[in-house]
Design a binder for this molecule. Structure first.
Ligand code: GAP
Length: 532
């Protein structure tokens, strides 16, 4: 079925998933609110991410940092100097564009040289067709504010454009308190803000959004070599589905996290065939990045990024070390002990190799020597692999994937369309709806109500007693509730078959199949189906 963003947005509005922010005042471009169903969906996404990335692992801990931080963090990270998009204005219709997107829409490529950005020949305004465009100018995406009552340069602060930097800035507090040793990771989810030039595609590119980020700290390859005598690369064909191994170099760790994240997206219900990997080319990589892969999803408006997984070397911690004056080195006891057993000849050969390698890459030999001294003493600045996902983008992908219109024909040949959101049960906003068949029979209603109250302690449940049962099922289909439980006369022991006392009808959203099961078996049956 062809799905359009308009159909999906219309259902999202109708059923309380997503509303334009401040709608009664005309909204605000790039800002969206999540309604009763959307807020449940987002919470389930966050929880599922946390379970997979933190709770089920021994080697990842969490952080919940502030949105506004010391602005020096953003100087060190490079965001103040370089977190900018190229912007152009049409001098005729005054429409403002992001220059790279404007070019892309016309099959052109924005030119970047030493002096900055340049529009290619033939580029025109997509709104009015005019070629009368300004030169691209750099526009910093960080939202600025002031901390305290005085609005001057000394009180400027920024709303964070990513959650990641707080993890680096708190690294020295996390290491001793978590009692974790490299390799280990720190995860954080929360709001980020970017003053996007051109928010678009519904919630896909917003100005306020949520991220779920992991900074996974690993040994530099040189430390792995000293510890294990070799460094495993992808060419060695490591088993990425099992436990991580000591001899993994950065390349293997990077691929491991790509595989882990793909596994998680599949668990979340996105089909393998709609997930794509885009490996950035050497030219596209940031200067500090060794590799970066985007996990993309086939949205109705095209294949677009859900998550980026970057191998960022030791860039971030080294930057914060330089700017804060605080050492970001860790003490690796296993490395120190391994080095203590090496002979002077082995150490000399290792040093010569590292210095030659660094020099060949244009680095300072003195820095290489200092690095090797540190390694022999068990010290280094960890490198990092960063899987960075967008909560809102995943919510949108799940909505697009779940949306379905099913043509039904009833027994009298009448055609009807069933709108259904086929969420995976683990992420569905409401897990179970409890429906008393009739509402004017107090004992039956009370029995249903008792069951509802019991189930509600375990999962988000819905109670619906208005309208025909078929219509109530359809309402639940539209919000993606995987299970409906109907309490009827049989449940009360008042039907034709007294053996059906204390049983209910369990109806499955996707197949619309209905089975009769004892109330005592309900929780176990639903639990098994809801597990991630
Ligand atoms: N720390 C790395 C980082 O922030 P990014 O590729 O800029 O990397 C990571 O962002 C993820 O955050 C993206 O893959 C996307 O899912 C989400 N994201 C980024 N900008 C967004 C926006 N304007 N609206 C919604 N989600 C966004």
């Amino acid at each position: 079925m062809e799905k359009s963003l308009e159909q999906i947005a219309s259902l999202c509005k109708r059923r309380g998933f997503i509303f334009p922010s401040s709608e009664i005042y005309g909204g605000l471009n790039g800002f969206w609110d999540y309604g009763p169903m959307g807020s449940e969906l987002k919470r389930n996404i966050r929880d599922a991410w946390w379970h997979f990335m933190v709770q089920w692992r021994d080697d990842v801990v969490g952080l919940d940092a502030t949105i506004i931080m010391n602005p020096r963090i953003w100087e060190a990270s490079g965001h103040v100097g370089g977190f900018a998009d190229p912007m152009v204005d049409c001098k005729d219709c005054k429409k403002r564009h992001r220059a790279d997107q404007l070019c892309e829409e016309q099959g052109l490529k924005l030119v970047q040289d030493g002096k900055g950005w340049k529009l290619p020949e033939g580029c025109k305004c997509t709104a009015c067709g005019s070629k009368n465009l300004t030169e691209p100018r750099s526009f910093n995406l960080m939202f600025k504010t002031y901390v305290g009552p005085v609005e001057d340069d000394s009180s400027v602060a920024y709303l964070r454009p990513e959650t990641a930097q707080a993890i680096f800035a708190q690294f020295l507090n996390i290491v001793p308190t978590s009692r974790k040793a490299v390799p280990f990771g720190v995860a954080q989810s929360g709001k980020s803000f970017r003053n996007e030039i051109n928010p678009r595609n519904y919630t896909f590119r917003s100005r306020e959004f949520e991220q779920m980020e992991l900074e996974f700290f690993i040994r530099p390859d040189e430390a792995v070599e000293l510890l294990c005598g070799h460094v495993a690369t992808l060419a060695d064909g490591p088993d990425l589905s099992g436990e991580p191994q000591d001899d993994w170099g950065w390349e293997v760790w990077h691929k491991y996290w790509v595989e882990q994240r793909l596994k998680w997206y599949r668990l979340a219900g996105l089909p393998q065939e709609d997930l794509h990997l885009y490996w950035q080319t050497k030219e596209e990589l940031a200067h500090y990045a060794r590799a970066c892969v985007d996990i993309e999803y086939a949205f109705p408006f095209g294949v677009q990024e859900l998550e980026g997984i970057a191998a960022r070397s030791d860039f971030d911690l080294t930057q914060h070390q330089k700017h804060s004056g605080k050492s970001m080195e860790v003490m690796d006891d296993r490395l120190r002990l391994a080095c203590a057993t090496k002979s002077p000849e082995e150490k000399d050969a290792f040093r010569a190799k590292v210095v030659a390698d660094w020099t060949a890459r244009g680095k300072d030999p003195a820095a290489a020597n200092a690095f090797v001294d540190g390694l022999f003493a068990g010290r280094y600045v960890p490198h990092v692999i960063e899987p960075s996902a967008g909560t809102d983008r995943l919510a949108l992908a799940l909505l697009c994937n779940a949306y379905d219109e099913e043509k039904l024909v009833d027994s009298k040949g009448k055609e009807d369309i069933r709108y259904v959101l086929r969420f995976s049960p683990a992420l569905a906003p409401v897990k179970v709806a409890v429906l008393p068949l009739v509402k004017n029979k107090p004992e039956l209603r009370e029995k249903a109500r008792d069951l509802y109250k019991k189930l509600q302690r375990k999962w988000k449940c819905a109670w619906d007693e208005t309208g025909a049962i078929g219509r109530r099922y359809r309402r639940q289909d539209e919000i993606g509730t995987p299970f409906c439980v109907t309490v009827d006369f049989d449940t009360m022991g008042e039907g034709d078959d007294p053996a059906l006392k204390d049983t209910v009808t369990l109806r499955f959203r996707d197949s619309m199949e209905q089975v009769r099961i004892p109330i005592s078996e309900l929780v176990a049956k639903i639990d098994a189906a809801i597990e991630l």
